[in-house]
Design a protein around this ligand. Structure first.
Ligand code: FAD
Length: 651
């Protein structure tokens, strides 16, 4: 974490100084906002936490509930989400309170006596070392608390406006030429004004209002997919049981009583039991929804026979009924106007995709939706990027949602198939291990676009696939020789990362890296010079780092080119934390297949690899950023002022 560069910070450095809109943020929701987020679930709150880093943007969140979510709903946190939490600064704290999944036990009918269940395979959760981050279980309510804290401590000081329900919206025609073309109708759900309506004009609306999204209906988008739902009796229980794996994640299949997904919960005693209630044909939802808690408990006992479950307390339970559906578009632009009209309304999370809880994806994928649209909106609203960037949201995330539905449908089908009907006895657990990268959240690979280049130089860094998230690796920080994880230095501050992996020459000697650094620091077509607004830190848009092939004893800090040692803040202090060396025991060049002739890797603000280039390809690097970003002197005049571009406050 870096701080003090704007002067001595005596309190908690995680609390950033208020700035811009955050200095006099109105207590009541104003009549005009830049971004209105509808819903304070995981998709909405990550978007709020990201946009709150931009004090020039008036971001507000409206939530129908009267206050914070207290319990229930999703609980599975995949490694990609923990990686995301790290970027938002709370991975360590949430990990400390979470349950950690390291293996999964598969229970099946005993072939000798099918009325009983027996333990089958117990494969490791991440057999291939996909991520250095853990797979966690922690309640959705706590995830929301952490994002709320980040948003409230960020420069724009964003806090949700509870007790306000979205009712409808209209979008002005593009030729009306207003910066706030979305008129939103809201209704108070609580307090003295309960039932009263009001309108708000917004520049953009993010619909994060869950599976029954009213925003989705307002823009005429439709969920497409299964007609039938699948129902689960879900209960968080404190119980006494002789089932031996009650503290291990289990998939339990009985001979004829159905199946259970058992998830131990944080705190050491609580466990969540998902009891399969089967398909719900259209029109029969009411019958399933009235399934009593006693019936769910009785079913659980039948499935785990010969073991028993003596339930002492049930802090939360629900009949969770869901179908596999993807909305026919994730924004309000009709297909035939994509790329022509600017989207003004976006759908995220359950508002645009629903699926079973079996693969534990709901909250996770929703958060990546929210992050994706939030940094893009921040770019457009601060004038860093053209409005055309916004069309990439639907293009990127709709594919991810469809892949998720396809995966979840297959996983659900396999879990519901009696073991004797599967191709071989270990088919289910083999599928689980083989496909682990997907549920861990790392299979997403964005296709070439204005923010993802063609992978023509991929062979130069095979471990950083273009379009996939940047897989961090251990390095040494030169300034003090400390071990570090290269990617962990990147925070959710809306900046792009440019990693220069040096050629083999000694740092003080002539080299391809030195030539590249000279170009980046001085050339008229340097993206660093072109895209950094005057009066902001040199790394306010592009955060440029170098990794040498030598270990930290082999790099003298004075020999490092100036472009990797920018002067920041009002005192123009030198940033010492952008210069890295190779850890000889875990050589990043070996681990990530990086060419020793030197490579540049560009990473988006949401941690996805945007480009892999040789050091010599300065034209291509320049052209890439010219396509993705605007130059400050060409920014539209009606963009919100860029007061206090994000600094390294939270790194
Ligand atoms: P949500 O978390 O649903 O958040 C939407 C928010 O919008 C809510 O806070 C809601 O109050 C608010 N809202 C809705 N309509 C309006 C409106 N008109 N105006 C203002 N605010 C509005 N997933 C699992 O993996 N396992 C589970 O056991 C599980 N159980 C669930 C149980 C329930 C009752 C629900 C609703 C969901 C459950 N899910 C479960 C799904 C999981 O919680 C979601 O996938 C995840 O929360 C999606 O995040 P989201 O932000 O898109 O939507």
């Amino acid at each position: 974490m870096q701080f003090h560069h704007h002067g001595y910070v005596s309190g908690d450095p995680r609390v950033q100084p208020a700035a811009g809109y955050g200095l006099d943020r109105p207590a009541e929701l104003p009549d005009e906002v830049d971004v209105l987020i509808v819903g304070s679930g995981p998709a909405g709150m990550i978007a709020a936490a990201q946009l709150a880093q931009f004090p020039g943007i008036r971001t507000h969140v409206v939530e129908r509930r009267a206050g914070r979510l207290e319990m229930g709903q999703a609980d599975g946190i995949q490694a990609r989400s923990v990686e995301t939490f790290q970027a938002f600064g709370f991975a360590e704290r949430i990990t400390a309170e979470a349950y950690r999944i390291t293996e999964m036990a598969f229970w099946k009918p005993d072939p000798a006596n099918p009325a009983n269940i027996v333990r089958g395979a117990v494969p490791p959760d991440d057999a291939h070392g996909i991520s250095e981050f853990p797979h966690l279980i922690v309640n959705q309510a706590r995830v929301l608390d952490y994002f709320a804290e980040v948003a409230a401590r960020a420069p724009a000081r964003v806090t949700p406006d509870y007790g306000l329900e979205f009712v409808g919206l209209t979008v002005a025609e593009p030729d009306e030429n207003t910066a706030h073309p979305v008129t939103v109708t809201l209704r108070h759900t609580t307090g003295p004004q309960k039932g009263a309506s009001r309108t708000v004009r917004a520049g953009y609306v993010i619909g994060s209002d869950g599976a029954h999204s009213a925003v989705r209906q307002a823009i005429g988008r439709k969920p497409v997919g299964d007609r039938a739902n699948h129902a689960w009796g879900v209960m968080d229980v404190l119980a006494v049981t002789d089932f031996p794996d009650v503290r291990t994640k289990c998939a339990i299949q009985s001979h004829d009583g159905g199946s259970i997904l058992l998830i131990p919960r944080e705190g050491g005693y609580l466990a969540r039991w998902y009891v399969d209630l089967g398909e719900v044909p259209p029109g029969e939802g009411t019958r399933i929804r009235v399934t009593s808690l006693d019936e769910v408990i009785a079913r659980a006992n039948r499935i785990i026979h010969p073991y028993t479950l003596d339930v002492k307390d049930v802090p939360w339970h629900s009949v969770y009924e869901v179908g596999h559906r993807v909305t026919d578009g994730f924004d309000d632009v009709p297909d035939d106007l994509t790329g022509i009209r600017t989207p003004r309304v976006f759908l995220t999370g359950d508002a645009c995709h629903t699926h079973s809880a079996k693969a534990g994806q709901g909250m996770n994928v929703s958060m990546q939706d929210g992050w994706n649209i939030a940094w893009k909106l921040a770019h457009v609203l601060t004038g860093r990027a053209p409005e055309s960037l916004l069309a990439t949201y639907s293009a990127e995330r709709q594919v991810v949602a469809q892949d998720l539905i396809d995966f979840d449908r297959e996983w659900s089908r396999l879990m519901a198939t009696p073991p004797e009907d599967l191709p071989d006895p270990t088919y289910l657990e083999d599928f689980y291990v083989k496909t682990a990268e997907f549920p861990c959240g790392f299979m997403t690979q964005y296709q070439p676009s204005m923010i993802v280049s063609e992978p023509v130089h991929q062979h130069l860094a095979t471990g950083f696939p273009v379009g996939k998230r940047f897989k961090s690796a251990p390095v040494e920080r030169v300034a003090e020789g400390n071990p570090a994880h290269l990617g962990h230095h990147a925070r959710a501050d809306g900046r792009w990362r440019v990693y220069a992996f040096a050629d083999a020459a000694a740092p003080g000697e002539p080299s391809a890296l030195r030539e590249w650094a000279q170009w980046l620091g001085t050339a008229p077509d340097s993206p660093l010079l072109r895209h950094t607004p005057a009066g902001t830190d040199p790394d306010s848009v592009l955060d440029v780092k170098v990794v040498y092939q030598q270990d930290h004893f082999g790099v003298e800090f004075p020999d490092v080119p100036e472009v990797f040692k920018p002067r920041v803040g009002p005192f123009e202090l030198v940033d010492h934390e952008k210069v890295y060396a190779t850890d000889p025991a875990q050589d990043i060049f070996e681990l990530r297949g990086i060419d020793r002739g030197g490579v540049v890797v560009v990473v988006r603000p949401d941690q996805y690899v945007a480009a892999v280039l040789p050091l010599s390809a300065t034209d291509e690097l320049s052209a890439f950023f010219a396509g993705a970003l605007l130059q400050p002197d060409t920014m539209p005049t009606d963009t919100p002022t860029i007061t206090n571009m994000p600094t390294k406050e939270n790194t």
